[in-house]
Design a protein around this ligand. Sequence first.
Ligand code: SF4
Ligand code: SF4
Length: 233
Amino acid sequence: MLIDERSCVGCGECLKYCPMRAISLEGETAKVDQDLCAECGVCARLGVCLEDAFVVPPELPWPRSIRSIFSDPLTEFEATGVTGRGTEEMKTNDVTERYKPGWVGVCVDVGRPNVGCRLRDIDTLARAIALLGVEFETLNPVSYLMESKSMGALMKEVLDERVVSGIIEFTIPVEKVVEVVQALKAVEGEVDTVFSVGVISRVVDGDIPARRHLESAGMSVAPNGKTNVGMGR
Ligand code: SF4
Ligand code: SF4
């Protein structure tokens, strides 16, 4: 995002709306720190600038275009045709019975508004879990950006890109779910952001096998139910 310095009157109104704290006042003019900006589009879209000073770039060059895909809910990721982080997310995908019997989906939500993350952080976490032989979800921009799925390694040219958040998605046999959490915990100090882990599992005759595995390993679980009425099919 850019600001037209000739239009900006330095009122400072836009600063509080930027979820990445990328806008600051320099004298009488607001500036966007291009390294911090995630190209989420919030500042321009909200219409808070009465001077209409925000300049939306017509097209972002590669690899900066990645920022918008992960951060602007209106930007579509061409390969999946999905807006908003480029994935329909596994809790939706499960409706179509894509998981093998005995397998569960796992999503790792990396970053969040006001914190953000670099794709370098996503790379660190993806590499840690790739060692367990997970199957990365194909319809997800993180997986598209991998130069090696077996290593969970993202393309080097995207590692410094800053985004609001991204989701790593993969499937794994349910008995490996504890190892996944342990692998992520082992590298949590190496990432400069926050992340949360979700396990997508059906309730089978009142039992959630993934929950059993995690709780028997001493891990606390916060179940979050979703009743599907079948429209996904
Ligand atoms: S709201 Fe507009 S005029 Fe005010 S500081 Fe931001 S860009 Fe400048
Ligand atoms: S596009 Fe988003 S991150 Fe960039 S300056 Fe505007 S609100 Fe901040």
